[in-house]
Design a protein around this ligand. Sequence first.
Ligand code: PRP
Length: 180
Amino acid sequence: MLTERAKILISENELKEKIREVASQISADYKGEEVLFVGILKGCIHFYSDLTREVNLPLTMDFMAISSYGSGTTSSGEVKMLKDLDKSICGKNVIIVEDIIDSGNTLSYLKRLLSSRQPKSVKICTLLDKPSRRKVDLQPDYCCFTIPDEFVFGYGLDVDQQYRNKKDIYILDPKDYPKE
Ligand code: PRP
């Protein structure tokens, strides 16, 4: 089975511990402020849920869905919005919550888009960062784990839309790479 061949990169306990740390950093940085957490579907789901429950601030929630063009593992850099936010972000502190930054194209587009809507601030919080794959100049403000250039899945991240429900993050065995 695919999950038996895959190695665990980050365990459920390591995820919990690190997310708690990042949540308390966010709570300290925004003390006395309200924050809107914007989750980018679908990969963010478990991270978003665990992170926001550890944040000790008045907060609101909204979501966006994005699709990036390109075939297989290579992204063309073009991004299309499938679902926009429900409400205006004018005057709000926004934290964009992502599962992974790879080329940086998605977040670079989103940061530009949300910054143009007159928010008070826009920051990026990512669970995983693969800086070796970056194609644009983009740094997350909060990052739980910097990882090597491996195909990872679980805890929200998919293999052909499956395995998002796994509690740990795994490295996919090359035998199981999705066919392009
Ligand atoms: C992933 C991830 C980011 C994007 C990062 O989304 O959630 O949105 O790719 O890649 P980039 O830095 O190269 O732009 P994906 O398209 O896999 O959708 P999903 O979250 O629904 O799995």
